[in-house]
Design a binder for this molecule. Structure first.
Ligand code: NAG
Ligand code: NAG
Length: 297
């Protein structure tokens, strides 16, 4: 598979800031110098974002699939498969499972994973990641939210979104998209994404975007499918879970829209990868068939 960054990073804004700081008059030179020092430190930290943790949120009771993280896929629990993939990502300093259930804790300890117990009250994976981050007792700059139900996630995709966020200090969030088959264009469960020329997200929708005036999916347009994986600036993650829901987020039932509606920037990388999420027991058979075909054991 290939990972390519959409657009290129720009350091223009940073330079403008520093030039602005330098223009402060001589009378306040001392203050300006202190300000500049602080700014540089912030930029250096924002620019490096070097300490990275991968968190796999895993809830036991899912409405569509009870005990989903523990279902066996070709003889191994799904959560173990996801964890093994995540461990292969060189950009992660640490990988941890965050769960609300003792059965998942036991299972994870069995194959050697670090686990953090989180509250049953967490409404979604993002909240669970945030709670786990607070309980880690170590500082991280970037958090990757790795969905437990994507057992074939590519380590290169994890590395790709981490690098994208590290290279874009003006973004607080990064995620990945893959080519969308035009016949999936009208499936509301396939979330579509559009990006600007610099590789920042413009919008996500369950509807087909962009929309062709013929009223049909254009076979020749490179539509983009959103993959569930995402990474956040660690300080932003805390704020993200506290920001109240926004109108477009509620209407589309897509939590990432809250980021864009609040004016934050999101970096998007384009990858060649088919999503093979496990939502229902039927999906397990599909994914096992695929793994046999690809000789993955
Ligand atoms: C819309 O889709 C058709 C059919 O694929 C294509 O020929 C056309 O260029 C697209 N764009 C517009 C503006 O019609
Ligand atoms: C998670 O769930 C809460 C409660 O339903 C919701 O307010 C929030 O927008 C969701 N997303 C995030 C990122 O917190």
């Amino acid at each position: 598979m290939g990972v390519c960054l959409l657009g290129s990073e720009s350091s223009g804004n940073r330079r403008a800031w520093i030039v602005h700081s330098l223009l402060v008059g001589a009378a306040v030179a001392a203050a300006a110098a202190a300000h500049l020092g602080l700014l540089r430190r912030l930029l250096r930290r924002g620019g490096s974002r070097s300490r990275v943790v991968g968190i796999i949120p895993a809830r036991f009771a899912s409405s569509r699939f009870h005990g989903k993280p523990l279902v066996h896929i070709l003889g191994k629990p799904m959560i173990q498969r996801t964890w093994e993939r995540a461990k292969m990502a060189s950009s992660l300093d640490h990988v941890v499972v965050a769960t609300d259930d003792e059965r998942i804790v036991e299972c994870c300890k069995g194959f050697g994973a670090d686990v953090i117990m989180t509250s049953e009250a967490c409404q979604n994976g993002t909240e669970r990641c945030n709670e786990a981050l607070g309980k880690l007792g170590k500082d991280y700059d970037v958090v990757v939210n790795i969905q437990g139900d994507e057992p074939l996630i590519e380590p290169e995709i994890i590395n790709g979104i981490v690098k994208a966020l590290q290279a874009a200090p003006d973004a607080v969030f990064s995620t990945a998209v893959a080519p969308l088959k035009p016949e999936d264009g009208t499936d509301p469960n396939r979330v579509k994404c559009i990006v600007d020329k610099q590789g920042y997200a413009i919008y996500f929708s369950r509807g087909l975007i962009p929309y062709n005036k013929s009223g049909k999916a254009n076979q020749h347009f490179p539509y983009l499918l959103h993959l569930g994986i995402q990474s956040y600036d660690a300080k932003f993650l805390n704020l993200y879970t506290k920001l109240p829901p926004t109108p477009l987020q509620l209407e589309e039932d897509l939590e990432q829209l809250k980021v864009l509606e609040n004016g934050y920037k999101m970096r998007v990388i384009k990858v060649d990868h088919d999503a093979h999420g496990v939502d229902t027991p039927e999906d397990v058979e599909k994914i096992e068939a695929l793994m046999r075909e690809w000789n993955i054991s």
